[in-house]
Design a protein around this ligand. Structure first.
Ligand code: FES
Length: 259
C-alpha cells in the first residue's frame, strides 16, 4: 500500500447518480490507492472540522472516484463542489481487500462480492483489481432498497464484468425481491467479500460461517481522526478492540464480534 498524503486536490467531475447519491472524481497523480482503502474528504471551503471517510470506487489513472450519499453537512458540501474547485483529502487510508485475498483462495471456486446499497463502491474497485489480475472469477451480489439503475450499470460496466450478477431489491423493483443474503449460496464460493450496513454484514458473516466459507467484511464504523489516533472507531474482535480506520476497514468476519 502507498503512504498517505494530505492536501488540497482538484475536483474533475461531480455528477448526481440518482436519489441523494453523487459521483465525485478528484485529480490524483500519485500511485493508485488499493481496493478497499478510503480517504477522509471534505470540501475545500467546508465548515466541518473532519473529513468524511469515503471508499475509493474507481481509479482511472488520473483521478480517484467516490460514490457518496448526502447524509450530513460534510457530504452536502461535497455534493456542491464543482469542477475546478478543491477538496481537502487525507489518504489513502486503511488496509484493503488484496491484503486478505491470497489466503482466501484455496479451492479454485469463484469468489463472491456482496454489497448493500452504496457498499458496492469499494467492491466495484476490488472487481476492477480482480479483472486486472485475470483471476479469480467472481460473482457480484448487489442488494438495494429499490432499483438503482445507475449503480447496477456501474457493476455491469466493470472492465471484466462479473460472471454472474444477482440484484435484489427490498421492494422487488429490480432483480429478486428480498434481501441480498437470502440470495447468497455461500457454500459455492472460495470466499465472500462484503460491504454494507452492520446488520447486513452480520447476516453475511453468519451465512458464511454456517457454510464454512471464509468471509471478509469492510466495516463502516463512525470515524473521527481516521488515522488511528483517537480510538473512536473501535471494532470489537476476538483479540480485543481494533481500530476500523487503521487496522481495517477490512476484517476477517470470523474475528469480528457483532453487536
Ligand atoms: S477514527 Fe480515530 S482511531 Fe479510528
Amino acid at each position: 500500500m502507498i503512504g498517505k498524503r494530505s492536501g488540497s486536490y482538484t475536483v474533475v467531475a461531480n455528477k448526481p447518480i440518482g436519489g441523494d447519491m453523487f459521483r465525485l472524481a478528484v485529480a490524483w497523480k500519485y500511485a493508485p490507492p488499493g481496493a478497499g482503502q478510503f480517504f477522509l474528504i471534505k470540501s475545500g471551503r467546508s465548515s466541518v472540522l473532519l473529513g468524511r471517510p469515503i471508499s475509493v470506487a474507481h481509479y482511472d489513472g488520473c483521478a480517484v472516484h467516490f460514490l457518496i450519499m448526502k447524509i450530513g453537512t460534510g457530504t452536502r458540501e461535497l455534493a456542491e463542489t464543482r469542477e475546478g474547485e478543491t477538496v481537502f483529502m487525507i489518504g489513502p487510508l486503511g488496509n484493503g481487500w488484496s491484503d486478505v485475498l491470497p489466503g482466501a483462495l484455496q479451492n479454485g471456486k469463484p469468489i463472491a462480492l456482496v454489497s448493500g446499497g452504496l457498499g458496492c463502491a469499494p467492491l466495484l474497485y476490488f472487481a476492477e483489481e480482480l479483472a486486472a489480475r485475470s483471476s479469480p472469477s467472481f460473482h457480484f451480489y448487489a442488494g438495494f432498497s429499490t432499483a438503482s439503475p445507475e449503480l447496477t450499470g456501474m457493476i455491469t460496466s466493470i472492465s471484466v464484468p462479473p460472471q454472474k450478477l444477482i440484484v435484489t431489491t427490498d421492494d422487488g423493483s429490480d432483480g429478486e425481491k428480498g434481501v441480498v443474503t437470502d440470495a447468497l449460496d455461500a457454500g459455492a464460493y472460495a470466499a465472500v467479500f462484503s460491504c454494507g450496513t452492520t446488520a447486513m454484514l452480520k447476516a453475511v458473516a453468519e451465512t458464511c460461517a454456517k457454510a464454512g466459507t471464509p468471509c471478509f467484511i469492510s466495516a463502516e464504523n463512525h470515524m473521527a481522526c481516521g488515522v488511528g489516533a483517537c480510538l473512536g472507531c473501535a471494532v470489537k474482535t476476538m483479540s480485543g478492540n481494533k481500530r476500523c480506520c487503521a487496522d481495517g476497514p477490512v476484517f476477517n468476519a470470523r474475528e469480528v464480534i457483532f453487536a
